[in-house]
Design a protein around this ligand. Structure first.
Ligand SMILES: [Zn+2]
Length: 339
């Protein structure tokens, strides 16, 4: 894999990795699609030995249209089509995810998006990718955050930066969720089929009961036991599958114990949006974790419980009641919830 060592290829390698990251990690948005088109153009230029291109909003919108299709706009494109401040917010918000991905890909350079804000007419805002040297930690097993902001965060108590890794599913579940997948795929349909099973059983029970009741009302009472049993069973199954049903609205939920490998104590289900449709997206079984800024224990994600209802929180394995942190799966950051 070390084509990187050949001089000049580290930039190309980092750019390729950025393209893979854009494809795999951030949720669907116009900014992501624009940057995917821009990254592809930048990669093309680098492959031809050219400098990374500078692009204004006109060039970006043309490349975006090449990729996504859509009519040629009748009016000239203005900065409103892609507000620079929103792009900056988006880029900064994904920083931890991006850096960890590039480190995981063993890229030796980081990729940054430089936005030169223009002022007034004839001086448009331009975008380009830059490739600062990445300060990869010599620590071989820990993915440490890199860069100034991350270093500052690491040193300030009360703030955590989460890392994310793939989690192992139980053996039985491996064919269904062992690998990340897109919902619009064979694996996605299999997955939907499996998680819809309790609903199918429930409907079956309802129909059988209804038919039984309609045809033989006298004997129905004698057979109520099995029906009640089947309905209880499907209700239990509904409960068990709740983390899946909650995914389209909550995006990250706690993976139930029966789903994950015995070597794995904590894992989360993650559905990253890849279009506006409810049941679409990219599914992955992952584990978010961090190092506790108070005691250096491992922070794992759990339900917030009564103290933080409706939230997922990061709890230190060594002091789970006191070292508790908020958890944001997009920015992969959190702060102390108990002072
Ligand atoms: Zn701790």
């Amino acid at each position: 894999m070390d084509e990187q060592t050949e001089s000049g290829n580290t930039t190309l390698y980092a750019m390729e990795a950025l393209g893979r990251w854009l494809e795999a990690e951030p949720p669907q948005s116009k900014i992501r699609q624009v940057l995917m088109a821009f990254a592809a153009k930048t990669l093309e230029a680098l492959e031809h030995g050219e400098a990374p291109p500078k692009a204004d909003v006109n060039a970006l919108s043309a490349w975006y249209r090449d990729q996504e299709g859509g009519p040629v706009p009748s009016e000239p494109i203005t900065g409103k089509w892609l507000p620079a401040s929103q792009v900056q917010t988006w880029w900064d918000g994904q920083q931890n995810s991006r850096r960890q991905f590039l480190q995981g890909a063993k890229a030796r350079q980081d990729v940054d998006l430089i936005i030169d804000r223009g002022g007034g007419r004839g001086n448009p805002t331009t975008y380009r990718f830059a490739f600062p040297e990445s300060v990869i930690d010599s620590d071989p097993d820990g993915v440490e955050p890199i860069g100034d902001a991350a270093t500052a965060e690491r040193n300030s108590p009360g703030l955590v930066t989460y890392s994310v890794e793939r989690a192992q599913s139980g053996l039985l579940w491996h064919p269904v969720i062992g690998q990340p997948f897109v919902m619009k795929s064979a694996r996605g349909y299999l997955f939907l089929g499996v998680v819809s099973l309790p609903l199918a059983v429930f409907l079956f029970c309802v129909i059988v009961s209804a038919v039984g009741l309609a045809t033989t009302p006298a004997t129905y009472v004698h057979h109520i036991g099995p029906y009640a049993f089947a309905i209880t069973l499907s209700l239990l199954a509904f409960r068990a599958f709740k983390p899946f049903w909650d995914l389209p609205t909550l995006r990250v939920t706690i993976a139930p114990d029966w789903l994950i490998s015995r070597n794995q104590i904590y894992a989360q289900l993650r559905l990253t949006r890849d279009s506006e449709k409810k049941a679409s997206g990219r599914f992955a079984l992952v584990r978010f974790y961090a190092s506790c800024p108070v005691c250096a224990g491992t922070v794992e994600i759990r339900e917030g419980g009564d103290a933080f209802p409706g939230r997922l929180v990061g709890c230190c394995s060594d002091s789970p009641r006191e070292h508790v942190f908020s958890f944001d799966p997009v920015t992969q950051r959190g702060r102390a919830l108990i002072q």
